[in-house]
Ligand binder design. Structure first.
Ligand code: ADP
Length: 674
């Protein structure tokens, strides 16, 4: 590493070293006094030179190291400096411990001010000039003056940078804060103008500037990588300095040259702004009215400012993302008719989101933020239950309950679903965070659906029951008629009688199926584990007649235990296996395979046949009530069987479907809980 780059990359260290060397050298030493001119902390340099410890030089004790004849003068200069808060220089004789003698010295002191301009402390350098000959004295005085100038400059710079950073952590528009960074750069360095660009969609856009007119801003508003100095710095991901705009090949023959010259820019530097994770966020450029390479010190300051700008941009971007997320959440809470609460259990302070207050119809100023405010809003009949649920949650940690509230603004009764999580501290409930969702519409729809279902079931049930009676009569009288007078009836009359008899038989079947269907979801009790093999066996038993008639073969694999009511599973098997036989190919004995396969928490049953198959177009439709693909002449049936199967399977949160092609057989699948 060359000394050049070493200095560039570790400026703070070399500064600190110099400072420390100053502090400890014998012939030049530095002291720090408080705003009132007292030594409030030990001064190692002073102690080393005078041989007097802090017990002697502390406070105003240092005055005893000033030669008695010089004390008045030193005191006068010092007091004046304290009042004017400006730097001072004074020659005096200082006690030198090592030689036990007074030696000629010069002191320069500078005030260090805080942001508000108040003197926080004084820093002084004492130079022993006793041994120096005249010319050396002058040179040393010059050196000292330079050191002090630099010291003062650095102090000013540091104070200014410090002021800036306290300003930057405060709230403010990004562009305003970036403007202050640019202003600080112009104050502390030799730059005349400056701007900060943000990288958006691969282009650099000026977000803030100092000193440019619209012609410049229009021209450089959108810079692509590789163009102009900032574009080059973007491409190189490092600082680019153009010492002379007029002489640089970057601008030669481009309109940018005229724009820059018209703006009075003769030199430019661009420093990339990197996020902490190394992402390039934008560019910090400063512009100079004379051709130049900015001095190392200025570049260091620009580095610091670029760092601050990058941090700021990154922070603002994070804030923006957070805000957007919050807005999205708010929107979805609103859309989902939900609001949140955050309850401090110890202080009984309940903070409600705007949405929650809106759901309860309470204005923020009416809301006392205590549990009582919530309880007061509860619908009287639900109050006890909701409060009990909340009290239970303070032990269990989980809050979940549906309850009704009465809106404060319009007296409307609304259903809420409340859910929350309790956080404990030292075993005591400290905080509960949760949500209320307005589920009134859902409750109403549920209620309506339940009522409709009930009505429908009742209707179907009574229809099928009430129709049994007259149906029986039709059957009985038509049988009697057939038995008593079949030889007397002939032709059309006989046909009519036969129509009546088959019609009545079919109606009877339809009513029986319908009755079973309407009762399919009536089981309120929870199901015990049921042996599916036994259910299938019972179904096959009931189908014995059809099976022997058709010559069907039933191949049942090992079947599991499932949590459903046995009669219902038997019904499903009876319908599906019955269909597999009924819809067989003419002349081909039906072959039915029943299998079950475990899939996580459920069993998937498969009933495969070698029948006529089903066109995929109808794979959904056949599960609808009264949906049939054939006429009564082709295959008899009521179109209720598969609808009943679906009703039963869905009652257990399962699914039923078919895979089939015409002429290739069908496989019916259904899932049931294990
Ligand atoms: P149904 O058998 O009383 O007509 P389902 O609800 O049991 O009523 O069946 C509906 C329709 O689905 C049947 O009419 C038939 O067209 C078709 N289907 C059912 N099972 C099969 C099968 N295994 N093979 C071919 N078609 C079938």
């Amino acid at each position: 590493m060359s000394p050049e780059t070493a200095r560039h990359s570790r400026p703070e260290v070399s500064n600190e070293e110099r400072y420390r060397a100053l502090l400890h050298s014998v012939s030049t030493f530095v002291w720090v006094a408080d705003a009132g001119g007292q030594f409030s902390v030990p001064q190692p340099g002073w102690e080393k030179y005078t041989g007097h410890g802090f017990d002697q030089h502390g406070g105003t004790g240092w005055i005893s190291d000033v030669h008695p004849d010089d004390r008045a003068h030193v005191g006068e200069v010092w007091n004046q400096a304290l009042q004017s808060k400006s730097w001072y220089e004074v020659a005096w004789r200082c006690w030198h411990g090592a030689s036990q003698s007074w030696r000629q010295c010069i002191t320069r002191g500078v005030p260090v001010t805080d942001q508000a301009g108040f003197v926080r402390e004084w820093i002084g350098a004492v130079l022993d000039i006793e041994d120096r000959v005249d010319f050396e004295l002058k040179r040393t005085q010059n050196d000292l003056a330079r050191v002090n100038r630099e010291l003062a400059l650095n102090l000013e710079t540091m104070t200014r940078l410090h002021q800036l950073s306290t300003r930057l952590v405060q709230a403010g528009e990004l562009s305003v804060l970036l403007g202050e960074i640019i202003a600080t750069a112009l104050d502390l360095t030799g730059a005349d103008k400056g701007n900060i660009q943000l990288l958006q969609n691969g282009m650099l856009r000026i977000i803030e500037h100092r000193g440019f007119d619209t012609a410049f801003l229009d021209y450089f508003n959108n810079v692509e990588p590789g163009k102009a100095v900032c574009g080059m710095a973007l491409e190189q991901k490092g600082r680019v300095i153009v010492e002379s705009v007029a002489g640089s090949p970057i601008f030669a023959g481009t309109p940018a040259l005229d724009v820059l010259l018209a703006a009075g820019v003769r030199a430019v530097q661009s420093t990339p702004l990197f996020s902490l994770s190394g992402r390039l966020l934008g560019m910090f450029s400063t512009h100079y009215s004379m051709p130049q390479v900015p001095p190392e010190r200025d570049l260091r300051i620009l580095d610091i400012l670029a760092r601050q700008a990058a941090d700021l941009i990154e922070r603002k971007m994070a804030e923006q993302t957070r805000r957007q997320a919050q807005e999205t959440l708010n929107l979805s809470l609103k859309a989902g008719r939900a609001g949140t609460f955050d309850w401090d259990a110890q202080k009984d302070r309940n903070r409600w989101s705007d949405q929650l207050l809106e759901l309860y119809g309470i204005r923020r100023e009416e809301f006392g933020e205590s549990t009582r405010d919530w309880q007061a809003a509860l619908f009287p009949e639900d109050r006890e239950r909701a409060i009990a649920a909340m009290e239970r949650s303070l032990e269990s940690g989980e809050f979940e309950v549906d309850f009704r509230i009465v809106r404060r603004d319009n007296g409307q009764v609304r259903w809420m679903h409340g859910a929350g999580q309790v956080f404990f501290e030292d075993g005591k409930p400290a905080r509960m965070v949760g949500i209320n969702v307005d589920i009134t519409d859902q409750k109403r729809a549920d209620e309506e659906l339940r009522r409709l279902n009930r009505d429908l079931e009742q209707f179907a049930y009574s229809v099928s029951h009430d129709l049994q009676e007259p149906l029986r009569s039709v059957q009985i009288y038509s049988e009697m008629l057939a038995a008593a007078g079949s030889e007397k009836l002939e032709g059309k009359a006989l046909d009519a009688l036969n129509f009546v008899r088959t019609g009545a038989a079919r109606l009877e079947q339809l009513l029986r199926d319908l009755l079973v269907y309407t009762q399919a979801s009536r089981f309120e009790t929870s199901a015990e584990p049921t042996d599916a093999g036994e259910c299938l066996a019972a179904a096959v038993q009931n189908l014995a007649g059809t099976i022997s008639e058709s010559g069907a073969k039933i191949d049942a694999g090992a079947l599991p235990t499932v949590r459903v009511h046995a009669t219902q599973l038997r019904q499903v098997f009876q319908n599906v296996v019955g269909n597999a036989i009924k819809y067989g190919k003419p002349g081909v004995p039906p072959a039915v395979r029943v299998r079950a396969e475990r899939q996580n928490e459920q069993w998937r049953f498969a009933v495969a046949d070698n029948g006529i198959g089903i066109d995929p177009e109808y794979h959904q439709r056949i599960f609808g009530l009264f949906k049939r693909l054939h006429t009564q002449h082709e295959y008899n049936g009521t179109g209720i069987g598969l609808a009943l199967c679906r009703r039963i399977v869905e009652h257990y949160h399962g699914r039923i479907w078919v895979e089939s092609r015409p002429g290739e057989g069908s496989t019916f699948y259904f899932t049931l809980p294990a």
